[in-house]
Design a protein around this ligand. Structure first.
Ligand code: LLP
Length: 428
């Protein structure tokens, strides 16, 4: 089993030293539980794997995976930078204590107002299109600005079509064959292009496409350097490092992966005479994915045409199974080691048939009142949650050595209405 979890002396699921059943009892369900040490361990594992191969290495944690302030504070303490995708993420990152220079803003189809916000915040802007470049050039104080470009290397990979961001169907980045012209244009407009970036997709367990993208990006960087004289301060290969979701999916061998990537990188630096740029990557899922569980309580066991286990969470709290058909392993809180006895459908409380956490899943005997723990709920889980069906979003707690802190209050009905206004003519 490649999935990571711990049990305590009662045989219950333990998260960061706390009993999952106690957490569910005390803080209510549905509940997101973040294991602080797991976030730190995951970060350190990637950092060490790469930095032991190449000293000038920087991680830009992809905040979109999990934007909880506490999680971001933890990663700031660890020394991470941020890959931000929106002004909201820039705002949150600054609040979490990240220096603007450690925030790389990679926006797609962003407005001039958003560019202005980024410029004023002092973050590094990673340009996605010629349109963005030209609009940035028109803003006051953009002269001499250090920028980078996102390049589509015509290689893509990911766990689902929606998550493949390289290749001819992708809306992201500039084309590799226009790179020299675009860097020249940037120089003519008075910018200082110092970086190059790519991100080919998300949920990658096979290193091959990633390696191919590294090769392509390095060749583009070499060509740009050769033909425009641009000196790269950093080269960023994006995120996408996958984690196992099913018990028998392989782990990404992070040390081998890091060794292969850095070897390619160093060969190309040498080949093109690049001046030891910083190697950057932007993992999101790899750092936070397996550090959280979604605890949910069974309220209904129903034999219909199939056997359903009904829980108090729905796709508004964890969209991935519904949106991508993603598998999320489910443990029974008081017996995570128990053997499967029957095939069950685990369904949520949202009024749509697609609201399923599992279909035909082999599970142990489950009864009403049981707490289920949905694994790998740290990445793209709360950050994609909604209030659909007027269901307030759940609370989040952070656990470390058995100590528990509420890091996000459970929403209330008032939160459902907080920004709504009733026109006077409709008042009763
Ligand atoms: N860098 C950029 C520019 C990105 O767009 C992303 C993710 C990342 C880094 C981090 O990727 P990661 O290491 O987490 O795979 N909602 C989907 C994933 C969408 C990812 C979007 N971009 C899911 O739940 O699988």
């Amino acid at each position: 089993m490649n999935l990571h979890y711990q049990t305590n002396d009662k045989g219950h699921l333990a998260i960061g030293g706390a009993d999952a059943l106690d957490l569910a009892q005390e803080y209510g369900t549905p509940l997101y539980v973040v294991d602080e040490m797991r976030v730190r361990e995951n970060y350190r594992r990637v950092y060490q794997a790469f930095s032991q191969e190449y000293k000038k290495f920087q991680i830009f944690y992809a905040a979109k995976a999990n934007t909880n302030l506490a999680v971001m504070r933890i990663l700031e303490e660890e020394g991470s930078g941020i890959d931000a995708v929106s002004p909201g993420e820039i705002y949150t990152s600054l609040l979490a204590g990240f220096e603007p220079e450690r925030i790389l803003y990679t926006g797609n189809n962003i407005t001039t107002t958003e560019l202005e916000f980024a410029l004023k915040s002092g973050v590094r802007i990673n340009v996605d299109s010629v349109s963005q470049l030209q609009r940035l050039a028109e803003l006051p104080r953009s002269d001499g600005l250090k920028i980078s470009f996102r390049v589509n290397p015509m290689v893509g990979a990911g766990h689902h079509d929606h998550c493949i961001t390289g290749g001819e169907l992708s809306k992201f980045g500039i084309m590799e064959h226009e790179a020299v012209d675009v860097y020249n244009m940037a120089l003519d407009l008075g910018f200082r292009p110092v970086g190059i970036h790519t991100h080919i997709g998300s949920g990658i367990l096979d290193p091959e496409p990633f390696k191919l993208a590294v090769k392509v990006l390095m060749d583009v960087a070499g060509q740009v350097h050769g033909e425009t004289g641009v000196n790269f301060e950093f080269i960023d290969f994006g995120g996408g490092l996958g984690i196992p979701y099913t018990p028998d999916e392989p782990q990404l061998e992070i040390e081998t992966f890091a060794r292969e990537i850095t070897r390619l990188f160093k060969e190309k630096i040498y080949e093109y005479g690049l001046n030891n740029p910083t190697l950057c990557i932007e993992p999101g899922r790899y750092i936070v994915g397996d550090a959280s569980y979604l605890l949910t309580r069974v309220n209904t066991v129903k034999q219909s045409y199939r056997k359903f286990v009904g829980v108090d969470a729905g796709f508004n709290t964890l969209l991935r199974p519904t949106m991508y058909g993603s598998y999320h392993h489910i443990l029974v809180g008081d017996k995570p080691e128990a053997r499967a006895q029957e095939n069950l459908d685990v369904a949520g409380n949202i009024c749509e048939s697609g609201d399923l956490f599992a279909r035909e899943r082999p599970l142990p005997k489950i009864k009403e009142g049981d707490v289920l723990a949905i694994m790998n709920a740290g990445a793209y889980a709360f950050s994609m949650a909604s209030q659909y069906n007027s269901r307030p979003r759940p609370a989040e707690v952070l656990v470390r050595k058995g100590e528990v802190d509420i890091i996000r209050e459970r929403e209330t009905f008032a939160d459902l209405l907080s920004k709504q206004n009733l026109p006077v003519r409709l008042l009763k």
